[in-house]
Write a protein of this length. Structure first.
Length: 333
């Protein structure tokens, strides 16, 4: 046997042995690019940047091409998914419900689907520190900032008011559309008397000394436990790209599982990089925020009893609108 053949044979035997023990040489995985819209509004949405920074998307073979959607412009996300400009949107759910309800009312299949839910209990009510607050009677007639009139926080707050036997209208609240990042300066400058939003916006306002947190999520009853974030896709795209969607959601599930073990300092750094704000303010908000995914069916039931009940009462969706018209967890099975 020649030296060349001997070396060749040894190499083949070595390769076979590696294959048998699972140690075959690895090849770089080609990542699947996904056009993702991400609502950049609060710590409730921080799971996506954590998945990017901690490598969970890459581990699952995904390269997210992220388009930022500003707080207050949330309706752009579902519309962009509907038009095919985005493949996945991470944001609030209420605008999806309106689009799908309109379709179902005309006999069409609802075009969008929420395939995963997260961030339970994120709504806070902040007021000027000079205003008294001993109960809901104290907010009568106030100007309250909301990111939009379809804001998930406003929906949650409306349901909380209903639990207390009152409404926005009965209290005479004047709703003012203000982007999340503009809420603290709008409060300080006197354009609004308070606002509804998730962390860290309340902490930023409180840090100025001119605002106070008067209602946190854990003070808003059942309404305060409803999921605020949805992973939103078009049913048509999801059906044609199921493997990609499953890998995408798996990346967020793994991020959810890892979240408790990621150092707080690391979470704060990621949040500051992608959301802005001061590290001390982000750190102060950390304990009152849970950005993780929740079990789909249970989260859907809570959402239905809170946000959807309020939306149906106000006629924003049809009375016959059903959970299957909004949620489809089978798309990620």
């Amino acid at each position: 046997m020649t030296l060349f053949k001997s070396i060749n044979r040894r190499l083949l035997l070595s390769s076979a042995a590696l294959l048998m023990i699972g140690g075959a040489p690895s090849f770089s995985q080609e990542l699947t690019k996904v056009k993702v819209g991400w609502l950049r509004s609060s710590l409730s949405l921080v799971l996506h940047p954590i998945a990017m920074e901690e490598g969970f998307y890459k581990k699952n073979g995904i390269e997210p091409l992220t388009k930022i959607v500003r707080s207050g412009d949330g309706s752009i996300g579902p519309q962009s998914v509907l038009q095919g400009e985005l493949e996945i949107y991470i944001g609030v759910i209420s605008d999806v419900a309106k689009i799908n309800s309109e379709a179902s009312e005309t006999g069409m299949q609802p075009p969008l689907a929420v395939v995963a839910l997260g961030s339970p209990g994120a709504t806070n009510l902040v007021l000027k520190s000079s205003l008294p607050f001993n109960g809901l009677d104290d907010i009568k007639g106030l100007r309250i900032g909301v990111s939009s009139l379809g804001s998930a926080h406003l929906v949650t707050f409306r349901q909380y008011l209903a639990e207390k036997g009152t409404t926005v209208e009965k209290l005479g609240l004047r709703l003012v559309a203000v982007g999340g990042g503009d809420m603290p300066p709008a409060l300080i400058s006197g354009q609004i008397d308070g606002f509804l939003h998730s962390q860290p916006t309340p902490a930023i306002a409180v840090a100025t000394g001119q605002a106070k947190l008067v209602l946190a999520p854990n003070q808003m009853g059942i309404a305060g436990t409803s999921p605020n974030v949805g992973i939103i896709v078009s049913r048509k795209w999801a059906s044609a790209n199921k493997a990609t969607l499953v890998k995408f959601v798996n990346a967020l599930r793994e991020t959810t599982d890892a979240y408790p073990s990621i150092p707080k300092e690391r979470i704060v750094k990621i949040a500051v990089t992608h959301l802005g704000g001061e590290p001390d303010q982000i750190a102060g908000s950390y304990d009152s925020v849970d950005p993780r995914l929740v079990p789909g069916p249970k989260g859907a039931d809570t959402y239905w009893s809170v946000e959807m009940a309020a939306m149906k009462e106000r006629g924003e969706v049809g009375k016959n609108f059903q959970q299957k018209d909004l949620f489809d967890f089978g798309l990620i099975q």
